[in-house]
Design a protein around this ligand. Structure first.
Ligand code: SF4
Length: 312
């Protein structure tokens, strides 16, 4: 089992900054709830965060855009301003697009103590990448991961189960590639149809079928069972809960999505070893009972529905 990460993260959102465009599903302003980014306004809160957590491992993270696709001057300005206020326990994390990893950008990352690079890979298979407007292929996605790793950064991979063009076979391929690559960190964001995106048009025309909530939970549980023995740390399941439900047109959105995945994993264990039920601690029972046992009650297995009745 991988150890929990104790690094504290302070997120800074640069919504869709420098994104090349074309990603059919994305609207970072809606996802992050942040309209624009102002570093000057953010600095006092960053300094306070660092002061409050002296002696603890921390990262200041730039999320929500394509960091290394920005002009180098802008990258250097942001990195150097944040670097100035870091204490010795704090480093920087960036999230970026895998097609923009020029050497000059990675040199800046080294210079200003970027420790972790998360890549918005989304999928390692050509068809979902093409149908989602990502403008790179599976081979290039893998090469980008290898570059981040060989350059000495902690590698984070973000995947989106349920992209247009994905299916059971692409899921299998993704899981296999992940096993070979063994990134340090993984985020799983099952696809949600957000109002105003190109994906909404595809969905309304019947050209895209989103994952049901239960399918998305099950896929994330499959990833988890596969990743845990490989020490791939899954740091996020599902889009942030601050996404306004009014902006969700369809798809696997739930404000406590990660909790559903944990419920599913526990249910799978209980199905394999029914006697475990008597040994569950209060926290595990509470997890099964969460949301008035609605997950148990709607589960496809009869045993889970019985359990839901027992625990209700
Ligand atoms: S998916 Fe990533 S690259 Fe595409 S628009 Fe969203 S933040 Fe930008």
């Amino acid at each position: 089992m991988s150890k929990p990460d104790r690094t504290l993260i302070y997120p800074l959102f640069i919504p869709n900054e420098a994104c090349p465009g074309g990603c059919v599903y994305c609207d970072q302003r809606k996802i992050s709830g942040v309209e624009s980014f102002d570093l000057d306004a953010a600095i006092p809160a960053l300094q306070a965060f660092i002061r409050r957590n002296l002696g603890r491992k921390k990262e200041i993270a730039f999320y929500g855009g394509s960091f290394t696709a920005m002009p180098l001057k802008r990258q250097e300005m942001l990195l150097s301003r944040v670097f100035e206020i870091l204490d010795e326990y704090t480093s920087i994390r960036i999230s970026t697009h895998p097609a923009y990893l020029k050497d000059a950008a990675l040199e800046l990352c080294h210079k200003y103590r970027v420790k972790t690079i998360e890549l918005g890979i989304q999928d390692f298979c050509d068809r979902p990448l093409r149908e989602s407007g990502r403008n790179y292929n599976g081979k290039e996605a893998l090469e980008a991961c290898c570059k981040v790793r060989s350059d000495g950064f902690t590698l984070g991979v973000q995947l989106i189960p349920g992209l247009p063009g994905s299916n059971a076979q692409t899921l299998k391929t993704n899981i296999e590639i992940l096993g070979d690559l063994a990134p340090d960190l993984l985020r799983l964001y099952p696809l949600v149809v957000i109002k105003g995106t190109l994906l909404e048009g595809l969905y309304r025309r019947g050209e895209y079928r989103p994952l049901q909530l239960s399918e998305a939970v099950s896929i994330c549980a499959d990833y988890t069972e596969y990743c845990l023995p490989l020490s791939i740390r899954i740091i996020k399941y599902g889009l942030p809960s601050n996404l306004d439900p009014e902006d969700v047109v369809a798809g696997a959105f739930h404000p406590a999505f990660g909790e559903l995945v944990k419920q599913e994993l526990l249910i799978r264990k209980l199905e394999k070893e029914p006697d475990l039920l008597a040994q569950l601690d209060a926290q595990q029972i509470q997890l099964l009972r969460a949301h008035k046992c609605s997950y148990l009650n709607s589960h496809s297995s009869a045993r889970s529905r019985e359990l839901g009745e027992e625990l209700h």
